[in-house]
Design a protein around this ligand. Structure first.
Ligand SMILES: Cc1cc2nc3c(=O)[nH]c(=O)nc-3n(C[C@H](O)[C@H](O)[C@H](O)COP(=O)(O)OP(=O)(O)OC[C@H]3O[C@@H](n4cnc5c(N)ncnc54)[C@H](O)[C@@H]3O)c2cc1C
Ligand SMILES: *[C@@H]1O[C@H](CO)[C@@H](O)[C@H](O)[C@H]1NC(C)=O
Ligand SMILES: *[C@@H]1O[C@H](CO)[C@@H](O)[C@H](O)[C@H]1NC(C)=O
Ligand SMILES: *[C@@H]1O[C@H](CO)[C@@H](O)[C@H](O)[C@H]1NC(C)=O
Length: 512
């Protein structure tokens, strides 16, 4: 790994300089060239902020102090609620088997994956169940083939080809390459085809690939609705990510996905500061070498009141959008806005412990036979809900089996608006507990997209969540975290050769 080689090299140089300087007894003035940042701040302790702290430690070594500010709970959009004796995910829940950073985190932290419980899907059109997965793969296969011809197989191939290009990012990052904008990052992975995907709706992209409208309405729309609460008019890139989210082999973290966040903070030896960051301003100070350096002052409010602190590098790891954060940036030229254009889409997660009303799904199937785990919905006028899922706890107890619909169970309903009591009473024959979380969950995607916000807000001030405008997912935040940590490192040491390099795919071919 070249990054490693570079670090050992500079260590050797430092040692050499050190010895040489000791000989001349002037150690103090020696390593200005090698000077490391003293303090770095990360704003936000979701998976993005926690992963940033982890990668910053990796890049800058043990000497730098890393402070992570968090105003709510560690985990952010990864969160659980307790119902009865068990905890359940209310936010980000599943992880793709090829999400290599998330996999690396759980391996590194020694957290096991949650035990797998087989799942089964059905599609509800607002009146009836129009498709129900069989327990037999071969039956599903022929049913899909019968109804949709080769669309179904072609979809798997299409998603695979996108994923294939997506996976290139891991090699680039391993070699230490970083990108200054989301567009450049996407281009490095998939060339112009990824930028086109970003600028088209999923529907347009799939029609262009020859998929039928019926297939898009019946199968693709239910998947985008359950994963992003939106229609097939989201951008093609997030659409492909969403379809990959319907692959097999999806996993979750035993005990709750948010455990990765607290684990990474601990592992990175960073300090968690439970406070709300109110503003970030730039201060220019003269340096010993003469060239002025900029430092960032973070103003924050915690339980004991307002305070502030100075940092060499700051990474903002929360969306800069209305309703998500409210941070003022002062002293910057050109100015940095508190909120970028575009808005976040609301998804309400309602967890209900109760007995499902089978007639609500328009099915005459016996509840005792109904073992579907995920009811997806088509994009029809009447549909109030985006999905309805029978939920397994974050830790699967010994001998656990998902109960059929004839038994009281924990159900998760995703909807755009909060459910009224009347709606709940219609969906459930009876229930004894309801827990509602209103998420501003992910961007409202409306391609073609204007300029995506930059990763670099100022000299040494970075913005992780720009990446969500391509696609919002745990792994996307983790990829952006590694990218901004690398950017921060290379820009600090003025190693421009590792930033925005073109044609990496061909250049790195054969290097593995
Ligand atoms: C309902 C739902 C379902 C989802 N399903 C999936 C899924 O199945 N798989 C998947 O991969 N992804 C899923 N996602 C998306 C995924 O959860 C997010 O992309 C990811 O968690 C974003 O992480 P983040 O750290 O970038 O942002 P966040 O988790 O939002 O973290 C930002 C943090 O910053 C803090 N903060 C904000 N302002 C300030 C301030 N001024 N001072 C201090 N702290 C501040 C916030 O409190 C928050 O903790 C889902 C999201 C939702 C809402
Ligand atoms: C996306 O579309 C917008 C508006 O049509 C255009 O200005 C922009 O250049 C396009 N971007 C890419 C990457 O194709
Ligand atoms: C169950 O759902 C059906 C169809 O929506 C509705 O007519 C009926 O009233 C519901 N049953 C209960 C007990 O709410
Ligand atoms: C949905 O409802 C709106 C108004 O209520 C109507 O204009 C539109 O045609 C309907 N769409 C469908 C697909 O039924």
């Amino acid at each position: 790994m070249p990054t490693m080689r570079l670090q050992t090299l500079s260590l050797r140089v430092l040692l050499f300089l050190g010895l040489w300087q000791t000989g001349r007894r002037s150690l103090a003035s020696a390593p200005e060239l090698q000077e490391q940042p003293k303090k770095i701040a990360v704003v936000g302790a979701g998976i993005g902020g926690a992963a940033t702290a982890y990668y910053l430690r990796q890049e800058f070594g043990p000497g730098v102090k890393i402070d992570v500010f968090e105003d709510g709970s560690v985990g952010g959009r990864l969160a659980t609620v307790k119902i009865g004796d068990y905890e359940y995910e209310t936010g980000g829940s599943v992880i793709h088997p090829l999400n290599l950073h998330m996999k690396h985190f759980v391996d590194k932290l020694g957290i096991p994956q949650r035990k797998d419980v087989p799942s089964k899907m059905a599609i509800f059109d607002g009146k009836h169940i129009v498709f129900e997965e069989s327990d037999w793969f071969i039956v599903n296969f022929f049913r899909m083939l019968w109804r949709y011809g080769l669309n179904f197989l072609r979809m798997q191939m299409w998603v695979e080809s996108v994923l294939d290009k997506f996976m290139r990012i891991y090699q680039y990052q391993q070699y230490g390459y970083s990108f200054s904008t989301v567009e450049r990052l996407l281009h490095a992975m998939g060339g112009d085809s990824f930028l086109t995907l970003m600028n088209q709706t999923l529907e347009e992209a799939m029609m262009g690939e020859g998929f039928t409208q019926v297939f898009i309405n019946d199968i693709v729309a239910p998947i985008t609705r359950v994963n992003y609460g939106q229609s097939v008019r989201i951008n093609g890139f997030v659409g492909a990510v969403s379809l990959a989210g319907a692959d097999s082999g999806l996993w979750a973290v035993d005990g709750g996905n948010k455990k990765v966040c607290s684990g990474l903070l601990y592992n990175s030896k960073s300090e968690l500061i439970p406070a709300k960051v109110t503003s970030i301003s730039v201060k220019v100070r003269p340096s010993k070498r003469g060239t002025p350096v900029s430092l960032y002052e973070i103003n924050y409010v915690d339980q004991s009141g307002a305070a502030h602190s100075l940092y060499d590098i700051v990474i903002v790891a929360t969306p800069l959008h209305q309703g998500k954060s409210d941070i003022t940036f002062s002293g910057f030229s050109p100015p940095i806005p508190s909120h970028y254009p575009g808005r976040y889409h609301q998804t309400v997660a309602t967890l209900v412990h109760g007995l499902l009303n089978m007639s609500y799904l328009g099915t005459t199937e016996a509840a005792s036979e109904f073992t579907v785990s995920d009811v997806l919905t088509t994009d029809s006028n009447g549909s109030i809900i985006n999905s309805l899922s029978s939920l397994d706890p974050v830790h699967i107890p010994k001998g656990y089996k998902r109960p059929p619909a004839s038994q009281a169970n924990v159900w998760k309903v995703f909807s755009k608006k909060p459910l009224s009591q009347e709606q709940l009473e219609n969906m459930f024959l009876s229930y004894d507990s309801v827990s509602e979380t209103k998420w501003l969950a992910y961007p409202a995607y409306h391609p073609p997209h204007r300029q995506t916000p930059p990763f670099i807000l100022h000299h040494r001030l970075y913005y992780l969540n720009a990446v969500e405008w391509a696609a919002s997912a745990m792994e996307m935040s983790a990829i952006a975290a590694r990218n901004v940590a690398l950017l921060a490192h290379h820009r600090w040491h003025e190693e421009t050769g590792k930033i925005d390099q073109e044609d990496l795919h061909t250049r790195l071919r054969g290097e593995l």
